[in-house]
Structures are given as structure tokens and as C-alpha cells.
Design a protein around this ligand. Sequence first.
Ligand code: 9UX
Length: 72
Amino acid sequence: TIQVCRIQIKGMTCTSCSTAVESALKALSGVVGAQVALATEEAQVHYNPNIITHSQILEAVDEAGFEATLIS
Ligand code: 9UX
């Protein structure tokens, strides 16, 4: 079953930042969809929990250069 998690992302200042984070998320194996909202500093990620954990999702955002915290 596909699950959805919400992530708070700090450090994004422009649309290129949010696009870069969104691309990094979508490139992850196990992630089936991702929307990053610059204004609210939030991302919503649809993922297959059998393939990827939310810690790995947070790690990918950190590696893209931003600070990620799990909301739900
Ligand atoms: Mo533009 Mo966003 O350099 O960091 S990508 S501000």
C-alpha cells in the first residue's frame, strides 16, 4: 500500500530550491510522487514503505542541502 508522509523543509528560498528538492524526492526508488510547496516549506511524499523508509526520504532532502523534519 502506498503511504503519504509530510515533511517540513527548511532553507528553501527560491523556486529552483523547491524544484531541486522535488526532483531529488521523485528520483528515489520507492517514491511514487512528491509535491514540494515553497510557501509553506512542506513536502508531501507518496511512497511504498516496502521499498523506502521515511528516514531515507528525510536523508535525501538533507543530502540535497536542506533541513528536513517529519511532520506526519
Ligand atoms: Mo537559487 Mo534557491 O540559487 O537556493 S536555488 S536561492
